[in-house]
Design a protein around this ligand. Sequence first.
Ligand SMILES: [Zn+2]
Length: 422
Amino acid sequence: MKKGLLLSTFVKVRWLQKWSSRQQLEAYQEKAVSKQLSYMKKHSPYYSQCKEEPLPLMDKEKMMRHFDELNTVGVKKEQAFEIALQGERTRDFQEDYQGISVGLSSGTSGNRGIFLTSETEQAIWAGTILARMLPKEKLLNHRLAFFLRADNQLYQTIQSKAIQLAYFDMYQSFEEHLARLNHYQPTILIAPPSVLLRLAQAIKEKHLAIYPTRIISVAEILETRDEEYLKECFSLSVIHQIYQCTEGFLGCTCEHGTLHLNEDIVKFEKEYIDEKRFYPIITDFKRTSQPMLRYRLNDILVAADQPCACGSVFESIEKIEGREDDIFIFNGLKQKEVAVYPDFIRRCLLFVSEVRDYQVIQTASNQLIIKAQGLSETTQQKIIQEFAKLAADQEFEQPMIRFQPYEQEQEKKMKRIQRIVE
Ligand SMILES: [Zn+2]
């Protein structure tokens, strides 16, 4: 592990590298991107052959198809898959390929992606993330508790005298985690919202007594209602978030709790869906083993109306609304199909204040399943009415709604709004 690089990155990101205007930042980005492009022209067989200007868009499917020619370290797709799957089976993620570690993206839509990181990239990643996420008032002597579904080398990079990191494998029993947490007493807790909610519940039921000064939500969408509940249970004024995926470290919250894009390591282009919503197209200018150039993600981001009070020149994001594949598609009354964004679906359940845990799944263009616990007949009727109103407003055929009990499986990502249509 390159500790020196981790430390120098930390110092640079935390104290040295500052931009006083958008203009300055964009000039910096332009230089960094052009340097990255010439590196890729030299080292990536795919890009050395590519004459298109600007570069063509990339996405996960295309990246997997051209995996062998794209990466700059000569790793073949089969080998990489083998290493990654081996890790998932044995839950031992130490194995890597010539200093390169391999991570799998959880492909909900069936196509899994493989992502490579070198030791250098890992050190830069760890240095950047620590510089951004360690509290202002207390920098050292933190105990981090980190809940994850799959580990790999990336997450083992952070370990030193000043920072302790304990890793909690989400495939193991929750009771054991509680005992370990009670003993470990983390000062910073990093976990997906579904785990944070279970921990909050355990605190309320007095099975858990921990007092983290900072909570960082990762890997799943943090819903506003869940966020409020977590603030209350942990007595914190801000729940922090990291927007990170196998494609990169893309954003994180500032002290004010606003999510900012990490524009010092990634350039963002926007494919607008409407005035505020967009799909990000990312160009990572730090990553060298696997190029991320004009790579289109299918996350729906919502731009903030106003700049953040923290004064950062990095773009503020109101929220991550969901994924492209979770836009509901209904039978239109006037046109064939009507697309409805996750937020409109959420709003139909907003008035049911007694329900925090719920899930809405679209299973066919005229069918919804709503999972929640203990809904009265009246509440169910109200929900059906809300959807009828939405259907009338947006001119689509009113869907049939079935109600089912709610359960969150520990091994699965929590998604409140989901579309699973064959
Ligand atoms: Zn801010």
